[in-house]
Design a protein around this ligand. Structure first.
Ligand code: ZN
Ligand code: ZN
Ligand code: ZN
Length: 430
């Protein structure tokens, strides 16, 4: 352009002519310099096309002033008004615990388990931290005997009292079968304990799936489960208690004592923890370990110092020992509410269906006598113990001392021993 201008520049014209000068040579700042013409050859790898020198600048500006996102606010509804129920009223804790209690009670297998309305607040609180179980959960280290060691009888249809292989035998010369059940005098469909059986200390061996007999065999009672309704109520000084709105016949099966089955080592630990609470829910499954053994260490019990041969023998049995213990503290059935009495109307009897298993069996409650409806169910926590103190701690009997660590008995019976158990753990069934 300059060249073109220069070529047209009429140097011949008077140079000083103002108009001419102005028209052809405008002041410098009025002149616009055109962009340099791009080279014709293709851009090299280092050209601005690929490496713009202001790239960082652009990025920085873009970052500092990002493009606003376009949001259609009209599409987002603004909810005003009723907030959720939690904000309008406080949660009804009582209602919730009530529902939890109902749900847990309904989950118990068999006829309904109810509660006395007067016991509701206490029971609801208690049940929040308790689980009802219908079968005993086996905890770590508890192993049932392998199925191949168990066997059934060869009876056909209904078992024969005289020949059934499931029944245990008298240890005398007669070698006859011990028959645990008989028909209730007033109800041929109901099997109850034979009164003769109550006089002995024996385990009940019921028939099982391995037997040749059918499900209607008379030797299947405990396995068929509870048939009476139960009601939990509050006794006052003795905590919760259990009763039935139904009439219970003498010898009738009521329910099993259920709970976690744990090893004795685990039971020792739990016992140490819960000793302070005074109440023990541990039952040793030691029935077949001997008639009188007590695997509590004598060292821990000052009250049994005077015990003699019997205890020495106990220690030996303890060595081979009871393997398992049932703990009904946190997991259990309604029977955990059955209180002790020194003149009880129920008895706990061991019942086995897996006859080869010496260490795992059921603890079943049977009525010792006719129990009218709504009578509190009780059993003797320590049926093997003798003597103890009378009511008020009077000294009677040969083991007269009341262990200061013992839980006082509040059964109020005339023959009350004054204490529930000298050591924390119950001996299982005797
Ligand atoms: Zn049978
Ligand atoms: Zn049989
Ligand atoms: Zn059988």
């Amino acid at each position: 352009m300059l060249q073109r201008l220069a070529s047209h520049c009429p140097f011949s014209l008077p140079f000083t002519h103002p108009r001419f000068f102005l028209s052809f040579y405008p002041p410098f700042h009025h002149r616009r310099l055109s962009k340099p013409t791009p080279p014709l050859q293709p851009p090299t790898a280092l050209s601005q096309t690929y490496y713009p020198t202001d790239a960082y600048q652009r990025k920085a500006i873009k970052g500092a002033y990002p493009k606003a996102k376009r949001v259609k606010r009209a599409d987002t509804p603004l909810v005003l008004g009723a907030p959720g129920p939690l904000l309008t009223r406080p949660p009804d804790v009582r209602q919730q615990t009530h529902q939890t209690m109902q749900r847990k009670l309904r989950a118990i297998r068999g006829p309904e388990v109810t509660y006395d309305p007067a016991a509701e607040p206490r029971l609801a609180d208690f049940i929040m931290n308790f689980e009802f179980v219908n079968t005993n959960p086996l905890r770590k280290g508890v192993v049932p005997v392998s199925e191949e060691f168990n066997a059934g009888c060869t009876c056909d249809g209904v078992c024969d009292e005289a020949t059934c292989l499931c029944l245990s035998k008298e240890e005398d010369e007669s070698n006859t079968n011990i028959v645990p059940y008989r028909r209730a005098p007033d109800d041929p469909h109901m099997m109850v304990l034979d009164p003769k059986f109550l006089t002995r200390k024996a385990m009940i061996y019921e028939c099982s799936d391995r037997c040749g007999c059918n499900a209607g065999c008379w030797n299947r009672v405990v396995q068929n489960g509870r048939t009476v309704r139960l009601e939990i109520f509050y006794t006052g000084d003795r905590g919760f208690g259990l009763r039935s709105p139904d009439r219970i016949r003498a010898g009738q099966f009521i329910d099993c004592y259920t709970g976690e089955v744990i090893t004795t080592a685990a039971a020792d630990l739990r016992e140490a923890i819960h000793t302070a609470h005074g109440t023990s829910y541990l039952f040793s499954l030691d029935f077949l370990n001997g008639q009188y053994e007590d695997y509590e260490e004598d060292a821990s019990s000052s009250s049994s110092d005077e015990d003699n041969d019997e205890d020495d023998q106990d220690d030996q049995v303890t060595e081979s020992g009871c393997k398992y213990v049932i703990d009904g503290r946190n997991f259990g059935g309604p029977t955990r509410f059955i209180n002790h009495s020194c003149n009880p109307n129920c008895r706990m009897i061991p019942v086995s269906r897996n006859h080869a298993d010496r260490d795992l069996y059921d603890l079943a409650f049977f009525a010792l006598r006719e129990i009218p409806p709504n009578t509190e169910l009780t059993f003797d926590y320590n049926p093997g113990s003798e003597g103890g103190g009378g009511v008020g701690g009077g000294v009677v009997g040969k083991n007269a001392k009341i262990d200061p660590s013992a839980v006082r008995c509040l059964c109020g019976e005339a023959n009350c021993r004054g204490q529930l158990w000298p050591n924390q753990r119950k001996k299982g069934v005797r």
